[in-house]
Design a protein around this ligand. Structure first.
Ligand code: TRP
Length: 364
């Protein structure tokens, strides 16, 4: 195993479908940037075991999404030469760590996790919560601590997981000694990226609400989706004053516009403030703004699409990347697990103190 002193970054995606623009701006861009900075030792994985916690009866969906999520990651720029890419279920050490951590959390603490709470509502579990689902924040703590994560780039909805993870780490370290590392979430500093609205203006872009643009959508699909986007229903004629707040097109521009977007695609405006001011005053039509957004998003997605095409035509290469990555992840997780077992004192056959204790005890 390669020794490193760089801080470790770990992140994961549930394979319940293809990744969308919310994932792209909320978490993928950050992880690619951090990877490319060369400042971190990086791990990025597909959280299939976690996805099964609320899809036990539909393993087909998970199985069919694993490679989609793998290709999405590779397409946006995750690089197997810089990051260990792996699949959660191929690292059984994570399950063992989970079992050990479970003794350090209470059921009522798990029930208070705000993200889990809202997911329970969303999925209509009521009192019939799969036990595995309730404890997924604990398994998520295994995912990160196994690799010594310091930083976890995710969507901001994951903060309660990070918080619960830190509690487990503190509890473990105070009982068994300083073994585990506390980690923190890394979120986009562009507010518009933290929670990308759905195409319909609903608070969140989400697969289950069917209001997404997928990273792998083709140009025609992206265009059709942008043309149907919710804007301001009171902005009927071009001359009408329009509202920017709650207007999906503008909220996406907030998330996607780059410093050079105006010079390249809409040079009659200097920046987004100018465009918003014109729209608010009246005299600027939706179609023109949508056309601009379409160009900005296409600019972002075109190179991603090309890369994805390559991997779609080289599935065996994708599999090999994840097979090798999973092997490396197992080694790293096993090293952590060995230290954890030592600290708890359940590493009997390799524990000289344990053996000597019994030898001495029965000597006379
Ligand atoms: N819960 C995360 C999500 O829904 C996925 C995930 C699982 C994860 N394990 C992780 C993210 C560890 C970061 C680190 O997107």
């Amino acid at each position: 195993m390669k020794k490193t002193t760089k801080p470790v970054l770990v992140t994961g995606d549930r394979p319940t479908g293809k990744l969308h623009l919310g994932h792209l701006v909320g978490s993928l861009k950050n992880r690619v940037e951090m990877q490319n900075s060369g400042k971190y030792e990086c791990f990025a994985f597909i959280a299939d075991m976690q996805a099964l916690t609320d899809n036990a009866k539909n393993p087909k969906k998970i199985r069919e999404s694993v490679l989609e999520v793998a290709m999405d990651n590779l397409a946006v720029g995750m690089d197997p030469n810089k990051t260990t890419l792996f699949i959660q279920s191929q690292v059984p050490q994570l399950c063992e760590l989970t079992q050990i951590y479970l003794n350090l959390v209470t059921v009522s603490r798990l029930e208070r996790n705000p993200t889990v709470k809202s997911e329970i509502k969303e999925k209509g579990f009521e009192r019939n919560i799969p036990a595995g689902f309730l404890i997924y924040p604990v398994s998520q703590t295994a995912d990160t601590t196994a690799f010594g994560a310091k930083f976890i780039p995710t969507g901001e909805d994951q903060e309660p997981m990070h918080e619960q993870g830190r509690e487990i780490v503190r509890s473990f370290n105070s009982i068994y000694g300083d073994i585990l590392i506390e980690s923190e979430g890394v979120f986009s500093d562009n507010k518009a990226c933290l929670r990308l609205m759905g195409l319909d203006g609903k608070a969140k872009m989400s697969k289950s609400l069917g209001n997404c643009i997928y990273i792998s959508d083709d140009s025609a699909t992206v265009k059709a989706k942008i043309w149907e986007m919710y804007t301001d229903p009171t902005h009927i004629k071009v001359t009408d004053p329009g509202k920017v707040k709650g207007n999906v097109v503008f909220s996406y521009l907030d998330a996607f516009v780059k410093p050079d977007s105006f010079v390249r695609f809409l040079p009659e405006y200097k920046n987004l403030d100018e465009l918003k001011a014109h729209y608010t005053k009246g005299g600027l039509g939706d179609v023109k703004v949508k056309q601009f957004l379409y160009q900005v998003i296409e600019d972002e997605l075109t190179p991603i699409r090309e890369k994805r095409k390559y991997y779609e035509n080289h599935i065996e290469e994708v599999l090999e990347i994840y097979r090798k990555g999973s092997e490396h992840a197992r080694e790293v997780a096993q090293a952590t697990l060995d230290r954890v077992r030592d600290a708890i004192g359940i590493n009997y056959f390799n524990d000289k103190d344990f053996i000597d204790y019994y030898k001495n005890k029965f000597k006379k």
